[in-house]
Structures are given as structure tokens and as C-alpha cells.
Design a protein around this ligand. Structure first.
Ligand SMILES: Cc1ncc(COP(=O)(O)O)c(C=O)c1O
Length: 354
């Protein structure tokens, strides 16, 4: 550590993203990207901006904000955009959790504890139940802001809006962030609830269901007061946080609901197919409403499955974190990709004597 680094960052544990191999071609099922390309309009809209990269992007992004909000009956004043929803989360933690603390599940998105450590936020983890579900009652006595990924990251398990509403109502003085990165694969968004509750912020991303992970576009939905505060933060830190190509691609994607519906439906049907096959092979598969499955097999540890699959050209995600150490997380790809994964998994299990 250099003598110059701020003392506040002395204990920072950087976030470790999933592998993005640049050398070899894998069947890549490790970072919950979409297996489908962006809609044709998005690619064309981004390309059209290339010749104007000498100019800054639009710092207000009203067209993008209106398009994102209108899906939920919200106006531009209820929407703030981020350079990927990771940036939306950063803005929220920066503005509302510093000094107030945070509480989230012990198994959830790994960025939450990292942001807390980077921003000096005290955080408390709330254990999931033995079946990996979240019980809202476990949050009743917590006064610090609560962050919940819904469907939850790593498990894919979903809470209905009624349960989220109960969480919000437990304490109207407590701020609640619902991270809906995976909501479009079968869940119902809580975004409309921001019209009713001023202690709620809902975060979404275009990285998964909109096939725009490389464009880096995310949103926060909240009441107008919260959004105007977040806009102040965003403009102070980086007013041009979404580049011209990404903004154009995002707007175009929001205009193509048909392609979006086809892609998300395909993921849901391949998810069901994959879960059924895995269960037939003896895997335990958590009930997921996300674009991934968390599964384990009694015959082999999670690390072994991950390594065996990687040797066979299939990249999945393994977390060496206590409670989910024996699982692998598999992104839902195309039917062909999932067949290759299933064949690879069968070989790995056979090689270990299953
Ligand atoms: C729960 C959750 N939230 C947010 C993100 C961040 O997505 P992005 O920054 O690509 O919008 C991810 C990415 O995997 C995630 O799993």
C-alpha cells in the first residue's frame, strides 16, 4: 500500500467480477449475459453515433428516462440512469447509506459489501433461511437501510411485490433498495410502488434481459424528491456518465418490446428445460426466476464441477463462499449451449464415478 492512499480505503476488498477470458473461446455461462445479440435497432442506433463521438453525450437523457419510466407508468422525474446498474447502486449507497448503515442477505450480490467497505458503511448481513429464501420478518427490527436483490443474486429466488410492500411498510423511516437486475425473466417489478412510497428505490439493468451488458446502462426508479437528489450526485460525479452510443442503443432497445419479449420468453423456456434435465441427473436446483440456475450435486463439490466443465470448454461460476461453496451458478444460454453444458456436466460426473 502506498503512503498516499486514503486511510478510508486501507481495508478495501476489491470486487472480483466473473472471468471474461480474452484468449480462448468458451461456452460462456458465467456472468449472466444474454446469449442473444442486442435488437437490430440498438446496434444500428449505436453505430450511427460513432461519427459524432467528438461531441459529449446528453447529460439530461430525457428521452431515455421517459422511455424507461413509461414501462411502469412513471415519468422522467422518477428515473435516473447509470453507467450500468453498478453505478446506480454506487450513487444510492453514496447518497443514502453512508452514515446510515446497510443490511442485506448473507448470500446476495457481492458488490454490496464491497461498496460498503469502499464507502465506510457499516453493514449487517441477514442469513437466508435453510432453503435459501429471504424471510421479510427477519428485517422487521432492522433500522438501517435494507438492500434486497429480487430475484436474489446467486440463488434466483424471487419475492412477490406484496412481500416487498410489507418490507417497505415495516418502517417508513427506513430506506429500501430493491435491485431488480433479473426481474424480467418471470418476476413482477416493484417499480410502480415508487409512486406510493418515498422510502423505496428500485434498480434495474439493461445488461441481462436487454442484451446490452457491454453498453453499460442501468436505472434507478424512485419518487421525484429522491431522483432529484440522485441527479445532483450523478451530475457532480460525472454528468456524461452514459456515452452517446450506449444511450442511443438503450433508447432503441426500449422501443422494441417485441424482441425483448421474445428473448426473455426464450430464456424462461430454456431455464425450465435445463432445470428439468439437471434434476433428472440428480442435481438439486434452486427455484429460479432469473436467467441462471444455482445447482449442486452430492457426487461432486462445486469447485470440481466448475473445473471439470472449464476443461471441457464450458465456463460456469463457482463462489467459494461458505453457504454456496458446493453449488455452481449456470447462466441460461441458448438451447444448444445448455445441451453442451448438460453433456459436459454428465461427463464430469461420469469421470468421478457417478
Ligand atoms: C444483482 C445484480 N445487480 C446489479 C448487477 C450489475 O449489473 P450492471 O452493472 O451490468 O447493470 C448485477 C450483475 O451481475 C447483479 O447480479
Amino acid at each position: 500500500m502506498s503512503i498516499f492512499l486514503s486511510k478510508a480505503l486501507a481495508g478495501m476488498q476489491p470486487y472480483v467480477p466473473g472471468e471474461q477470458p480474452q484468449d480462448k473461446k468458451y461456452i460462456k455461462l458465467n456472468t449472466n449475459e444474454s446469449p442473444f445479440p442486442p435488437c437490430a435497432g440498438a446496434a444500428a442506433a449505436a453505430a450511427a453515433q460513432a461519427a459524432e463521438l467528438n461531441l459529449y453525450s446528453d447529460p439530461d437523457g430525457m428521452v431515455l428516462r421517459r422511455a424507461a419510466g413509461s414501462r411502469y407508468g412513471l415519468g422522467a422525474g422518477n428515473v435516473c440512469f447509470g453507467n450500468g446498474s453498478d453505478e446506480n447502486l454506487f450513487h444510492l449507497f453514496f447518497a443514502y447509506l453512508r452514515g446510515a448503515g446497510a443490511a442485506f442477505a448473507d448470500v446476495t450480490y457481492g458488490l454490496y459489501p464491497v461498496l460498503c467497505s469502499a464507502l465506510g458503511i457499516d453493514c449487517k448481513t441477514v442469513p437466508l433461511k435453510a432453503d435459501f429464501t429471504i424471510d421479510i420478518a427477519d428485517y422487521a427490527a432492522i433500522t438501517a437501510p435494507v438492500v434486497i436483490a429480487n430475484p436474489n443474486a446467486q440463488t434466483g429466488i424471487y419475492l412477490k411485490p406484496e412481500q416487498i410492500e410489507k418490507l417497505i411498510l415495516q418502517n417508513r423511516q427506513r430506506f429500501v433498495i430493491i435491485d431488480e437486475a433479473y426481474i424480467d425473466f418471470g418476476g413482477q417489478s416493484c417499480a410502480p410502488l415508487v409512486k406510493k412510497y418515498n422510502n423505496l428505490a428500485v434498480v434495474q439493468t439493461m445488461s441481462k434481459s436487454r442484451s446490452l451488458a457491454g453498453a453499460r446502462v442501468g436505472f434507478t426508479f424512485a419518487c421525484e424528491e429522491i431522483i432529484s437528489e440522485l441527479e445532483g450526485v450523478r451530475r457532480s460525479l460525472n454528468p456524461y456518465n452514459i456515452n452517446r452510443m450506449s444511450m442511443a442503443a438503450a433508447i432503441s432497445s426500449l422501443e422494441d418490446e417485441d424482441y425483448f419479449a421474445r428473448c426473455t420468453r426464450a430464456v424462461q423456456s430454456v431455464r425450465q428445460y435445463t432445470a428439468d434435465k439437471l434434476k433428472k441427473m440428480g442435481f438439486e436446483v434452486l427455484p429460479s426466476l432469473a436467467n441462471f440456475l444455482l445447482c449442486r450435486h452430492t457426487k461432486m463439490c462445486g469447485r470440481g464441477l466448475y473445473e471439470g466443465l472449464k476443461e471441457r470448454g464450458v465456463l460456469v461460476r463457482h463462489f467459494s463462499q461458505g453457504r454456496i461453496d458446493d453449488f455452481i451458478r449456470v447462466t441460461i444460454g441458448t438451447q444448444d449451449q445448455m445441451d453442451a453444458f448438460l453433456a459436459g456436466a454428465a461427463q464430469v460426473l461420469a469421470a468421478c464415478g457417478d
